[in-house]
Design a protein around this ligand. Structure first.
Ligand code: BG6
Length: 500
């Protein structure tokens, strides 16, 4: 900590010339700097393969801040803390040079030996880098040392275990910060507050009052230039194993006894342990997969997934997943949690809908329809807020009921994958708060759940692919998944805060 109470740190970003660093990390660090959370006692070392001078690197940091945020007040002062090291991840001598550089910066900025190693690059090198950081002495510091690691954390349980073992030779679990950027989103962080700070929700938050929960995270973009990665991942690994499962855990966990990272994690882990694991033939009753074909959006012809760059023309990879998850515990027995996520859909939106059970008897018959169920909608993005759908009397003489909506809109940034999420996560990491990072136990449990499904999917070719058009609402089978339980997906576009 420095005098202002903010932590001092030397941040080494591996993959500093990559997309993530430019689009998210530099703008987020800049915002922290502008807010005074990063004071003079910090330095950033950009580490990447290509040769660059410090000046060239600083110019690229400047450009990324301006591009992402459209402003650059005090930018020269900010970038003067940035340095560059051209690195070979497998070569010890390169780490030794980095170590000397780090020691110099530590002294120059009076950092006190605090170090954050941020791995924002190809995952195949995560393990190698962690091992070298230890063997070449970079983790030998008198302050804190923390490893921030981007997804994907492994490709399946086995590879995740192997990676974890490599990392753990150099860092303890408390020193590992596994990023799930959904946990940096304002309204994802709000889930626990909505649940545990409101007397009107918590008593109803169980199978006696909730009929089902729906979590949708839909995207309009296709795989863009990430075909090579996506072919080995698919929507199940790319979105479900991490972001979707994390939201499920936060929605379903028991109230923690205290708001510490250990207590919250231990409640989340219990949810993941209680997930019903469908096997073999049963998987079809719980999971739906889809792949987009070509389509037209606003007059523009969009290619199908199989026509995208670096994608096998006969690819069996799913770009869409819908699932019915059952949590077999006292609180949730019998309540389906439906999730869906996919690329090239009609809208970019993440929302959670909690549908409450119907009242026992409807006294207020409307002329043409039944009473609407009460819904609590948590808007994660692009709009941020909550809406409660209630029934109230229609104005006029008759005692007819009509739907009314109470909305709270958070004035969040209307953008995708906003730097804001990274800003919060970086700040948390500097303060040593690991609450919004994924613990190894959570990673292991969600991989073992997902592996079960992906093994079957990889070994059975889906003959119906492509089964939804680019720009559409996804495969029909996703609707049938709910219809057979007597439910339907709430149309998320109509639930937007501004439509309420
Ligand atoms: C990433 C996935 O983790 O999340 C991407 O790798 C996906 O494929 C992205 O597009 C979605 O994030 P957001 O914040 O835009 O919903």
């Amino acid at each position: 900590m420095n005098k202002s109470g903010n932590p001092t740190s030397l941040i080494m970003i591996f993959g500093a010339t990559g997309d993530l660093a430019k689009r998210k990390l530099f703008p987020s660090l800049y915002r922290l700097f502008e807010k005074g959370s990063l004071t003079d006692q910090f330095a950033v070392v950009g580490v990447a393969r290509r040769p660059l001078t410090n000046e060239e690197f600083q110019t690229s940091v400047k450009d990324s801040v301006l591009t992402a945020l459209g402003k650059d007040a005090n930018i020269d002062e900010f970038v003067s803390h940035f340095y560059y090291h051209s690195h070979d991840v497998t070569d010890s001598s390169s780490y030794v040079t980095l170590k000397t550089m780090a020691a110099g910066l530590d002294e120059k900025y009076n950092i006190g030996g605090n170090r954050i190693f941020y791995l924002a690059m190809a995952p195949e090198f995560f393990g190698t880098i962690a091992l070298h950081l230890k063997s070449d002495g970079l983790t030998d510091v008198k302050g804190f040392k923390r490893l921030v690691i981007e997804k994907p954390f492994g490709h399946d349980l086995e590879s995740a275990k192997e990676l974890n073992e490599q990392i753990r030779t150099a860092f303890s679990e408390e020193e590992v910060y596994r990023i799930d950027h959904y946990l940096g989103k304002e309204m994802v962080r709000n889930i626990e507050v909505i649940r545990f700070a409101n007397a009107i929700f918590e008593p109803l938050w169980n199978n006696r009052y909730i009929s089902n929960i729906q979590i949708t995270s839909s995207e309009t973009l296709g795989v863009e230039e990430r075909g090579r990665y996506y072919e080995t991942s698919g929507a199940l690994r790319d979105m479900v194993q991490n972001h979707m499962m994390q939201m499920v855990a936060l929605l379903a966990m028991e109230p923690p006894i205290r708001l510490t990272d250990e207590e919250i994690r231990s409640e989340k882990v219990k949810v993941l342990r209680a997930l019903r694991m469908p096997e073999g033939e049963q998987i079809k009753d719980y999971f739906v997969r889809g792949q987009y074909g070509k389509g037209t959006v606003n007059g523009e012809e969009l290619p199908g997934y199989r026509e995208e760059q670096m994608v096998n023309p006969e690819s069996n990879t799913e770009t869409y997943v819908a699932a019915k998850l059952m949590i077999d515990n006292f609180r949730w027995a019998g309540v389906p949690i439906y999730i869906r996520t996919g690329k090239r859909l009609t809208t970019k939106s993440t929302k959670i809908v909690i549908q409450f059970k119907d009242i026992p008897m409807n006294l207020y018959y409307q002329t043409d329809k039944e009473l609407n169920p009460n819904l609590l909608v948590i808007h994660i993005q692009p709009d941020e807020g909550i809406t409660l759908h209630l029934n109230a009397k229609k104005a006029g003489q008759h005692l007819d009921a009509t739907e009314v909506k109470l909305s709270y809109a958070n004035s969040g940034i209307n953008g995708m994958n906003t730097p804001e999420a990274y800003e919060k996560l970086l700040d948390d990491c500097m303060h040593g708060d690991a609450t919004n990072f994924t613990h190894w136990d959570e990673v292991a449990l969600s991989w073992s759940f997902v592996d079960n499904i992906s093994e079957v999917w990889e070994n059975t070719k889906e003959e119906s692919y492509p089964n939804y058009e680019a720009g559409s609402k996804g495969p029909k089978a996703a609707d049938e998944l709910l219809e057979k339980d007597g439910f339907f997906w709430w149309p998320i576009m109509e639930l937007d805060v501004d439509k309420c």
